[in-house]
Structure formats: C-alpha cells, structure tokens
Design a binder for this molecule. Structure first.
Ligand code: S3P
Length: 433
C-alpha cells in the first residue's frame, strides 16, 4: 500500500486559496468520444481528451478490437471500425477500475459476432453487472458471468430492439443498451426512473443516429448506415471542478475561478446544492462546446448551512456526494442525504467509506442505508485517513484536509490518477498562487 502526504500542518491555516484552475477533461465524455467514434465510419479528431487511467482503459480495450487510435497527450485521432468492423480480441479485455468502460464495452460487444471476455481490478470485479446483463440478454446477447460480476464473457448475436424500464437511474446501463440498439433489428425504447447524464444521447444525435428523447423516454431507431465521425473538444469535468468548488466555499479565505467547466443540466446538481447551502458562485461566459454547455465558475468563501438532499437530484450529483459530505461537515446545522443507495456500488461503498474517513477527521456523520446524516462542526481535525483506492474519496479527503487543523495524511492517494492525474499539482498551485 502506498502512502502519500496529501496535506501538511506546516501550512499556516490562514493561507488563502486563490487563483484559477482549469479542471481536467470530462471523464464520461472522454470515454464516449472513443467508444462512439469507434463505431463510426471515418476518422475523428478529439482534443482535450482525458488521459487518466479510466479513459486509457477504454482506449486500450478498443485498440484490442482493432480500432486505430493515435494519442498525443489529450489529442486523439481515431478511425472507426464501423458497426461491423471490430476484430475478436487476442486476449481478455481489461477495464481496470472503470465501470463506464466495462458496462459500455459490454453493450458494444453484445453486437459483435465473436466471443470476448472483459474483466477489471478487484473493485470493479465486485460491482454489479446484472444491470447490463439483463437488458442485453433480453436483446439476444449471450453473456456469462459468475454471480453477475466480472469477468463477463460475451458472445455477440443478431440483436433485436427492446422496451425497457431501467430499474436504477444509470447512464452506464442506458448507454450500454443504446450501443447495442444501434445494431439491433427494430427500435429500442428506454424509460429512466430519473434522468441520468445524457452525453451518449447528445453525441449519438450529432453522429446521425435516429434518437429521440421525450421526458424520461428515449427511442432509438437503428439504421443500416454507420454513424458519422464526430470531431470534438471535451469540456472540463464538473465532477473534478466540484473539489475546488467545495474547497473555495468552505475555506475562510478563498476565491477560485474554474474555467471551461461542463455545465450539462444532467450533471450540474453540485451548483444547485452549494447555492442552496449558501455558497457564493458566479457563473459566467455560458457557451456551447460542441454538443455540451460550458461556463466559467468563480467560488468565494461562504458561510454554509445544512440542507435536505433527496432522491430526485441524486443522479445529478452522484459522483459529488463525498465532497458534498465534506461541505456539510463544516456547515451550520444538519444535512441529510437520502435516496443515494447507488453510492454503495461505486469504486468503494461510498456511504460507508465517506462516513468512516470523515469521522476520523472529526466530522459528526452517520450512515443511513441510502445516504447519510451530517451535523456540522466548527473545525475538522487533521488525521491519518485512507482513500480505499477510491479516487473521489482521496480528493474529498484532501479538500477536508485543506481546512482541517493540523496534518492530514491520506494513504493510497495515487487513486486520483483514475480521473484527475494533476490533482496534487493543482492543489499546490491553488495554495501558492
Ligand atoms: C457514469 C455514470 C455514473 C457515474 C460514473 C460515470 C458514466 O454511473 O457515477 O462515474 O460515464 O456514464 P452510473 O451510470 O452507474 O450511475
């Protein structure tokens, strides 16, 4: 197990958080930029691609299927195989830590007429895959897995469209079905319980797919034509920006400008939550980056209060809940988060790991089956804590460490490389600007 000193007592607690951060590229959009373009006919140029471990897992899985991809930092050139051009991989595909890679690739592989196996690291092998196996099997794919966990062995078949109501609001499951539906016979209709991120739908439409979204219902009518390649510039990731938004709001002397942040309405719940807690956030320069809205955000030190967070907003803040818990730990009064049992099947069980680790820092936080209750305290106390190999927990603890009294040591801190390899450098930058 590696150890990393994330933050140290040597920094005076009055040191301000000032300056500008450009967050890394959006992870969800980076995965999709590769997967969807791999199905297109022709070459696409992607800029500001996220070269973090999760997206590199997607990249190498696609290369193993014969897709031509050249990458230089965040600049990627990808030549699609077309729906029928993938080659059987010579070895087991490795999705690493990435649920998005595994679930979306399983959708794509369900329509490929060969057998392939996809696996992942220990965390990913413990996560539920029945949620993709069920609908893809209903479409005609043959998928075997022990206990509905990876490794998954997929034999692609001639698929048919389905009408399917998602049992959980999951963009990964929705996207896996849509990828399979592109090659199916007949239309596929998906109903979501609550809207989840819609990057796949936006990109598919821009690539020429016949896809309609009406409220919570998405209809894809497949065509024999291949998708058109889509050149794109990936916007900054609001889930990565969230760490600086919370840091700015809870630090006593902060003003942080965060540039090029994706503000897709299915992802921007963190802005709403922090504003309801009383945070001062200025949103400027709204614009479109391809299919996605983008803006600049400025966050200032704020006096936060506790709020009630219920299930309707959960899909829009699903990845930000650990850092929202940090904000709530030092807010006035009580914050309740409910309807978030999906957190239990993320990279770690984020309800129990967030509660355990923030408790070590002096937070008053209790676990609920589907969320947590947090009573704000005046000060967090620096301590030894661990990331549980979970990138978002590592970064949330670093934000807590920024305002804690004394030294915080986070072990397995290299987990940040999953989504934000420059996190520790940006933390240095913002504390020294
Ligand atoms: C993602 C969807 C979400 C999210 C994950 C990325 C995606 O997962 O938590 O980090 O890129 O589609 P679910 O679809 O399982 O909710």
């Amino acid at each position: 197990m590696k150890s990393f000193v994330g933050w140290a007592a040597s920094r005076p607690s009055h040191a301000g958080l000032k300056g500008e951060i450009t967050p890394p590229a959006d992870k969800s959009i980076s995965h999709r930029s590769l997967i969807l373009n791999s199905l297109a006919e022709g070459t696409a140029q992607i800029s500001n691609f996220l070269p973090a471990e999760d997206c590199l897992s997607t990249l190498s899985c696609l290369q193993s299927l014969g897709v031509k991809i050249e990458r230089n930092g965040g600049e990627v050139s990808i030549t699609g195989a077309g729906k029928k051009g993938f080659e059987a991989p010579a070895k087991t595909l490795d999705a690493g830590n990435s649920g998005t890679t595994m679930r979306l690739m399983t959708g794509l592989l369900s329509a490929c007429r060969f057998t392939s196996t996809i696996t992942g690291d220990e965390s990913l092998r413990s996560r539920p895959m029945g949620r993709v196996i069920e609908p893809l099997s209903l479409m005609g794919a043959s998928i075997s897995a022990q206990g509905n966990k990876a490794p998954l062995t997929i034999t692609g078949e001639d698929l048919h469209g389905i009408n399917y109501r998602l049992p959980v609001a999951s963009a990964q499951v929705k996207s896996a079905i849509l990828l399979a539906a592109l090659s199916a016979k007949g239309k596929t209709v998906i109903e979501e319980p609550i809207a989840s991120r819609d990057h796949t739908e936006r990109m598919l439409r821009a690539m020429g797919a016949n896809l309609k979204s009406e409220g919570l219902i998405i209809t894809l009518t497949p065509s024999s034509a291949n998708l058109r390649p889509l050149n794109l510039r990936v916007p900054g990731d609001i889930s990565s920006a969230a760490f600086w938004m919370v840091a700015g709001a809870i630090h006593p002397d902060a003003r942080i400008r965060i540039s090029n942040v994706g503000t897709n309405p299915t992802r921007n719940g963190i802005i709403e939550v922090l504003q309801s807690m009383g945070a001062g956030i200025i949103i400027e320069n709204h614009r479109a980056e391809g299919e996605e809205p983008v803006a600049e955000l400025t966050i200032e030190s704020s006096s936060l209060k506790g709020i009630e967070i219920g299930e309707d907003i959960i899909p829009r803040i699903i990845d930000e809940i650990p850092v929202i818990a940090v904000a709530a730990s030092v807010a006035r009064g009580k914050t309740t988060i409910r309807g978030a049992s999906e957190l239990r099947v993320k990279e770690s069980d984020r309800i129990s790991t967030t509660v355990a680790e923030l408790s070590k820092l002096g937070a008053r936080i209790e676990e609920l089956p589907d969320g947590m209750v947090i009573h704000g305290v005046a000060k967090l106390i620096g301590s030894r804590c661990e990331s549980h190999g979970d990138h978002r927990l590592a970064m949330s603890l670093a934000v807590a460490g920024l305002i804690a009294r004394g030294e915080t040591i986070i072990s397995s801190a290299e987990a940040v490389n999953i989504s934000y390899p420059g996190f520790w450098d940006d933390l240095e930058k913002i504390t020294n600007d």
